[in-house]
Design a protein around this ligand. Structure first.
Ligand code: DQA
Length: 147
């Protein structure tokens, strides 16, 4: 059984209500259901976490290696652009990591154009709304299966 850790970063708990013109009306619970369904089809199991706290997300990533997860699907949200700690945790854990974003961060404010996470991710999928997550999960499972 492939075990994947899914992490949603800060403010993603507000999806559905938060800036719907940018992030849409789909809630985090709906995204999680889509992911769980897609994972099941591919014989994978997911553990899904959300936190608004940087250190807590670092802890999730550190524990993922110990708990024998094979891959990490992460939307680091605002920490994408600021967190050296998150970047270092991903580099240290050695898990295949796919970064996802709902919005196209390169078509938005300049401060969103830099991702500290992208250099330590295998790849990044962005701009497709909730579909970024399912595309990211499929890509991650393909990578794990190809190993
Ligand atoms: C986001 C993009 C980030 O810039 C922002 O801070 C978010 C969400 C996205 O999914 O589009 O919180 O990661």
């Amino acid at each position: 059984m492939k075990k994947i850790l899914v992490i949603h970063g800060p403010n993603l708990n507000l999806l559905g209500k938060r800036e719907p013109a940018i992030y849409g009306r789909v809630t985090l619970a709906q995204i999680n259901r889509m992911l769980t369904k897609a994972a099941k089809k591919r014989g994978a199991s997911l553990v899904i976490k959300q936190s608004n706290l940087e250190g807590r997300i670092v802890d999730f990533i550190q524990q993922a290696k110990k708990n024998k997860f094979q891959g990490l699907l992460i939307n680091p949200a605002a920490y994408t652009h600021t967190s050296v700690a998150l970047r270092d945790a991903i580099a240290a854990c050695g898990l295949i990591t796919v970064e996802v974003h709902l919005s196209n961060i390169y078509s938005r404010e300049e401060f969103r154009h830099k991702s500290l996470v992208s250099p330590v991710a295998k790849g990044t999928i962005l701009g497709f709304g909730p579909r970024s997550y399912t595309l990211g999960l499929e890509a991650l499972l393909d990578l794990i299966e190809a190993r």
